[in-house]
Design a binder for this molecule. Structure first.
Ligand code: FES
Length: 161
């Protein structure tokens, strides 16, 4: 059932202090930490599920809900902040009807407000993580960010057509 994380379990399940690594690898494999995945990790590592939940909710890097096909990682680090990131976030939220950490009802987009993405000279910046990999968009404006989202949406519609 959790074949994707079996190699991780084999390597780390018995190693003390490896819980965060296991959770990171599990999230990488499935996009989020599902309840049954947490119980599976508990069973394999011997760490109580309640403790795993405690760790997963303490660190903001972990998600307990499914994510969209495209994750819109919007930077609110200092450089992006002073270059209008708040306005960009507002535009994305209004355009998609979701707030930070939420996913659109069609399962296409998740908004994830993050700290510095490491390309501050392009501020304000958004990285889009999708099935084809990651794409970074810089010097964003409200219009540009809406256009990027619409382009992705149109591409998805044409895939279905
Ligand atoms: S502050 Fe946004 S990329 Fe560095």
């Amino acid at each position: 059932m959790f074949a994707e994380i079996e190699p991780v379990m084999e390597k780390y399940a018995g190693v003390p202090g490896s819980l965060i690594t296991i959770l990171q690898k599990t999230q990488e494999a499935y996009g989020y930490l599902a309840e049954d995945a947490i119980f599976y990790i508990a069973q394999r590592t011997g760490v109580p599920a309640s403790k795993i939940y405690g760790v997963a909710t303490f660190y903001t890097q972990f998600r307990l809900k499914p994510v969209g096909k495209y994750i819109l990682m919007l930077c609110k680090g200092t450089a992006c902040h002073v270059n209008g990131a708040a306005g960009i976030e507002e535009a994305v939220s209004e355009h998609l009807g979701i707030a930070d950490g939420e996913t659109t009802a069609d399962g296409l987009f998740t908004l994830d407000v993050v700290a510095c993405l490491g390309c501050c000279s392009l501020a304000p910046v958004m990285m889009v993580k999708g099935p084809a990999g990651e794409e970074t968009h810089g010097a964003l404006t409200k219009d540009r960010v809406r256009a990027i989202i619409d382009e992705i949406g149109a591409g998805e519609k044409s895939l279905k057509a």
